[in-house]
Design a protein around this ligand. Structure first.
Ligand SMILES: *[C@@H]1O[C@H](CO)[C@@H](O)[C@H](O)[C@H]1NC(C)=O
Ligand SMILES: *[C@@H]1O[C@H](CO)[C@@H](O)[C@H](O)[C@H]1NC(C)=O
Ligand SMILES: *[C@@H]1O[C@H](CO)[C@@H](O)[C@H](O)[C@H]1NC(C)=O
Ligand SMILES: *[C@@H]1O[C@H](CO)[C@@H](O)[C@H](O)[C@H]1NC(C)=O
Length: 776
């Protein structure tokens, strides 16, 4: 490529190349019910009737055996009623995937856009970007369906569990450790995938695809030191449940209007989630008005008897879950034992009918009982919308905007565009798809490795893996790597983790870089002409203190698992065609955090017991990097411009008192204020944000709230709003936040009620503070 070639041309060339190699589809007919040619007489086919009536009609026509057969993820056809089979299990965590059984890439469509792993996308703190991605995923899902390669449109994403412990193998799937972030991520994902508008608007009954908020609830341990998720009994306080574990689910259902929930394997305070009537029926359906279907995690019903011993017999386990409110099992335990549960009068027909009503309503909302779905709302989405240029550019944008700049001594980055010679060293540099995609990935349209991404920027790129055995790096090839490093202008080291270190069913036990990675970094950095650039790929945080303080490591970038165009995104950041703006969605803990048992669910610190607490909201110990940390090639400053109220006077409903030490604290109960009051009392905050550098940039603004005097049990600080702003060099913009006292200015008390406490507070953004007083 010529020196004068602009980076935009480079991107276009790469994308065009990708598109050239993609599929052209022609397809088989997707299966559907109520074929108009058969002139179906059934009321359940009558699109003029409400869906609840249609589902009721359908359920009333089924025999007991037909009913029981529908209660598992692989639901068989009912030929006498013209109903095809349906597969409830499909996955789309960060792109349409063939991990479940509902999607097959074996027809004319062979792949779908692989967006970055969620933890990296989260780091953009950009809700609109999150929404655009899931909308693209929903569109691609319909494209796959219309091509006849899907037997279901129910996707088991998003994963909105809190990334509570840095060792969690599935933390990579989440939007990080903050409940507000996970809540907003969940809402954006659900609305995008299901085909609704980002904000406001009437939420449609019709579904582009169905999203599922998982894993309900307090699920964030996979397999740690012999304790696995199947038997783990999470001891969770009402206080932690109220302000940490439950809020993402509450929002996902109430604001996102998710059409699915998955109950988790684990028990919470002794009760298996899928057998918890209070959780599934009282809280989700009654309090939060959930109107979709509830699936078990796969084999979660069997373990209630087989592994947890919670139910005495298989029939009891089945009776427990249906009584609790679960509607469909992932697995086939029900096929084996439901009939006897009915015969033993443990499982009532009314509960089976309720489950079927929920299940068929979803299939109807997906348009699968309205005649040929190709002639309906989403029927025109063609194969050309899968892996489209637009979606690939979105995947690139998501990777670029998530990447976090952790260190940049003496402005080593960006590297000059004068086509220097560069050595790329490290086990993750020429990584196979498995590494850059993260788990629950599909088949990428076309993957760009970092080596390929560098192609347009460097004169020569020399590559050396540094280790023989991937990121575990037990056999490092340090001397060879050092020789390579000596010969070039710049060295970029691509290190970190992969799925062998952190994955489903496998939590970490060590928080440092695996194997000999640290030694490899130190040796190469010492030998290179200039300080090196270190790129870390990982989902969970890694203690890189040694690199942080090593003068020979000039720049550090965290790139999560950046997806199929991650290599290009990294090259653009490293060579300054993109100004990094991502901020960490998780606290990076030091290695010795592992002294805390992963099984300890407490969020709040307990100094007397030497328990440091968890996440930026409660953790009191030293950190390698903080939640929200992230540099850029420019500097931003903030200023509080105005607040609608300096004092918020909440005079509605009764005031309660609680004693703490010698103090009496006055507070209101959010539940007593009522929604209307809550909505009318908001505080408007206006901030000025200025870009002081000479590069445009996109910058996430994070607004925190802190109590003037942090009382026992309250967060050290709490994220109450975030927004991403685009600023040209030298530009100032205003950013507005609306804070609702009930939602943003409340904390959970020990009884698990949300309360608003009287007292002085501080709003924080960057190094700026602004006082806010609340009187009750
Ligand atoms: C794709 O795989 C599904 C499930 O295994 C199978 O039923 C279908 O016939 C396959 N299609 C093609 C075109 O091979
Ligand atoms: C990168 O990996 C691919 C696939 O594993 C391999 O074909 C290629 O030779 C590697 N590139 C280098 C420079 O080693
Ligand atoms: C940003 O500000 C810091 C501290 O004030 C300063 O050291 C640094 O040089 C500035 N960087 C840029 C790119 O302006
Ligand atoms: C609360 O105070 C406002 C003014 O501060 C007043 O207008 C309103 O009537 C009061 N409401 C109640 C219920 O006392």
């Amino acid at each position: 490529m010529a020196l004068s070639e602009s980076p935009i041309t480079t991107i276009t060339l790469i994308i065009s190349f990708l598109l050239l190699t993609l599929h052209h589809a022609e397809s088989t007919q997707p299966p559907y019910s109520c074929d108009s040619s058969s002139n179906s007489p059934y009321p359940f086919c009558n699109t003029k009737l409400p869906i609840s009536k249609r589902a009721q009609d359908l359920v009333s026509r089924l025999t007991l055996d037909e009913k029981l057969a529908q209660l598992i993820n692989t639901a068989p056809a009912i030929p006498r009623l013209g109903i095809p089979s349906y597969q409830w299990w499909s996955e789309a965590l960060h792109g349409v995937a063939d991990v479940g059984f509902g999607i097959r890439f074996n027809g004319s469509i062979k792949s779908a856009t692989s967006f970055p792993q969620v933890i990296l996308t989260a780091a953009s703190f950009d809700q609109n970007l999150w929404y655009q991605i899931s909308k693209a995923i929903g569109t691609e899902a319909r494209g796959v369906y219309n091509a006849g390669q899907a037997t279901g449109m129910t996707f088991w994403a998003p994963n909105i569990n809190i990334f509570r412990d840095p060792r969690w193998g599935r933390g990579q799937e989440t939007a990080g450790e903050d409940p507000l972030m996970n809540a907003k991520y969940g809402v954006a994902y659900v609305r995008g995938l299901q085909g609704d508008s980002f904000e406001g608007g009437k939420l449609g009954e019709r579904l582009q695809a169905s999203a599922c908020c998982k894993h309900f609830t307090a699920y964030d341990l996979d397999h740690w030191k012999g304790i696995d998720r199947f038997v783990f009994d999470a001891h969770v306080s009402l206080q932690d449940l109220a302000d940490t574990y439950q809020p993402p689910f509450h929002s996902c259902i109430e604001q996102g209007r998710a059409s699915g929930i998955m109950c988790a394997y684990n028990r919470v305070n002794g009760v298996p989630n899928c057998a918890d009537f209070n959780l599934l029926t009282n809280i989700a359906r009654k309090q939060w008005k959930f109107d979709g279907y509830i699936t078990s995690d796969c084999e979660a019903v069997a373990i209630i008897h087989d592994e947890q011993g919670y139910a005495k017999t298989a029939e009891d386990a089945i009776a427990d879950v249906f009584r609790a409110g679960m509607d469909v099992e992932c697995g086939n335990y029900i096929s084996k034992h439901a009939k006897s549960a009915v015969l033993q009068k443990k499982l009532a027909i009314s509960q089976i009918d309720r489950a079927l009503q929920n299940l068929f309503s979803i299939r109807m909302r997906l348009g699968l009982f309205d005649g040929n779905p190709r002639k309906l709302q989403y029927g025109t989405i063609g194969p050309n919308e899968v892996c489209s240029k637009e979606h690939l550019l979105l995947a690139l944008e998501a990777a670029r905007e998530g990447i976090v700049l952790l260190k940049n001594s003496n402005s080593l980055l960006p590297l000059p565009k004068t086509k220097p010679s560069v050595a790329i060293i490290g086990p993750n540099a020429n990584a196979s798809s498995l590494v850059v995609l993260g788990n629950y990935h599909g088949r990428p349209c076309k993957l760009v490795t970092l080596l390929q991404g560098f192609g347009g920027y460097a004169k020569d790129t020399t590559y050396h893996p540094g280790c023989d055995d991937g990121p575990q790096c037990e056999s490092a090839r340090i001397e060879e790597a050092v020789e390579v490093a000596k010969k070039v202008d710049y060295v970029v080291m691509v290190m970190g983790l992969d799925q062998s270190q952190e994955r489903e069913s496998h939590d970490r036990e060590y928080l440092g870089l695996p194997g000999n990675q640290e030694e490899l970094i130190t040796s190469v950095a010492k030998a290179s002409k200039r300080p090196v650039v270190l790129v870390i790929l990982c989902g969970g945080p890694v203690d890189i203190t040694s690199a942080k303080f090593d003068d020979r490591v000039g720049g550090i970038l965290w790139a999560g698992y950046p997806g199929e165009l991650g290599g290009l995104a990294l090259a653009q950041v490293i060579f300054g065609d993109h100004n990094p703006g991502g901020r960490l969605p998780i606290t990076w803990y030091p290695k010795d955090f592992i002294r805390v048992p992963m099984t300890d669910m407490r969020m709040r610190a307990n100094p007397a017991q030497g328990y440091p607490g968890r996440t930026y909201r409660f953790y009191t110990g030293p950190k390698v990097y903080e939640f929200g940390y992230g540099l850029s090639y420019t500097n931003y400053s903030y200023k509080f411009l105005s607040l609608s109220h300096n004092t918020l006077h909440i005079n509605h409903s009764s005031t309660h008192l609680m004693a703490e030490n010698s103090e009496t604290i006055r507070y209101k109960l959010v539940s007593e204020l009522g929604q209307e009051t809550c909505q009318t009392m908001s505080v408007s905050v206006t901030l000025g944000v200025t870009n002081h550098g000479n590069m445009p940039g996109k910058h996430p603004v994070l607004l925190f709230l802190k109590q003037g005097k942090v009382r026992n049990g309250n967060p050290v600080k709490q994220l109450v709003g975030f927004q991403s702003v685009k600023l040209n060099a030298g530009e100032t913009a205003q950013v507005g936040f609306e804070l609702s006292p009930c939602e943003h200015l409340s904390t959970a008390n020990e009884a698990g009620s949300m309360v608003i406490e009287d007292g002085s507070y501080l709003l924080l953004v960057g190094d700026q503070e602004y006082p806010l007083k609340i009187t009750v």
